[in-house]
Design a protein around this ligand. Sequence first.
Ligand SMILES: [Zn+2]
Length: 510
Amino acid sequence: MAPAMLERAVAEGAAPMLATLMQRGRFIPDCVAAFPSVTPVCAASIVTGVAQDEHLIPGMNWFHREEKRYVEYGSSLRAAQRFGIARQLTDTVYNMNRAHLSAATPTVFETLDDADVRTAGTTYLMYRGRHRHEPQRDTALTRFAARLMRHPVMGPRELFYADVFASRDTGCRSALGMPGVRDRHSGCVSAYMVEHDLFDFLLLSLPDNDWYSHKHGPEAQLRSIAQADLQLARVFNAGGGVDRFLEKHAVIVMADHSQAPVQSTISLQDELSELGVLQPDGADILGALTGSRASASARGYAREGRPRIAVCPSQRAAMVYALHPDERDAMRASVLARALQIEGVDLVAWLAYDAHDRPSEGVVSSPAHGELRFAPGGDLRDARGVSWHVDGALSVLDATVRGGNALATPSYPDALARLWSGLTCPTSGEVLLSAAPGHEFVDWGGAAHVGGGSHGSLHASDSLGALVLCGVDDWTPARASNPSSNPLPAQWAIRDVAPLVKRHFGLASG
Ligand SMILES: [Zn+2]
């Protein structure tokens, strides 16, 4: 949800519930997403309160080094088909929560469940909790889905996940979670839970705005925000209207990221094909290159028959993995040299290592401005009060230093912490890429959102989402750790919200 679109919807009277929450609470128009600013990474940060260097969900598409395969969470139907629908659904519905999300970072559901707070959730990528749920076997499920979704999951006390998991018979149907009807399903089950007093904490997901904005562009959010507002009204009305509801509940409204318009695409798979790209079906570039498109050196690689890199597009971000540890440094150099030549690539980032093979510093490079090297510690402080050592061209991140030590990166909010987390995340690739405004990496199904909107980059345009706090303290871990010596206003981040929720229920945090 783009903060400007929320403000316009409210100004036009199209979102009366959100208007009430903003008026009675606090509206923060610049809450920063994770990088890559895509839903799996952001959703994991929202429910755990940490970034991917801890929660370990690195992208929409990534390479699983232990299992030696791509993980695809559903960039598009065509991408899912390339990897196999069954595999994509199993990764998204089961493995993301059970295997990929770190066991060492409890979700807000798990923390609240342990304290006997009554938790509840509507369909959301992240649902991991302490309560067991068996898949539904009623007639609304197609036989196809019933075959795939056979296993129980651990979720919040009340879980309504598409039509696959439903802790009660509410009479609500989601058409298997198809876009366009998901908000209605969330509103329906949430109204039921309010009527029957079934939760203390509810994660109410309204995902249709993102889908609508991908299709019709960020400007079209006016319409989908109004639709989301109708579902909020339905939930509040089940509790006797917004006034009565707010007497009983605090409400946090948040976006996981924003969206920016897309005009053109980058096919990183094709751009890097000469390096030997692992294909979704496990075959290397050998089978994918046609004679006319393959250059002499690509045919050379093809004859060797060994894929050397995995390419993982995540909408307006991408990652590249070196497949063979012994050639990691050489492959990284080859990828960097090519990536910086690609039209539409804004930033390329990687980790430098010391003599003991420990990460020593992050490097972020742009075709136009050169290199900036950075590492935690040092004299500069970013907008969240975190200290950094920085060396090189500040213009790479459009950064300025004020008052001797205050580092500001408004074009790339929270840039260094987000890059550092992405680079040091054990499941991330060796090279991270961020697309320039207007560009998107095509996914493995060849799909992108030209003429619509997308997200994923480090840039402010897709990174800054709306946050509304109504009935909770405006406390952040960043501010709490350093309340007086930070001269800049705290930069809110989506990972601040889980600690806020825990604190609201009286649980230690931060
Ligand atoms: Zn999206």
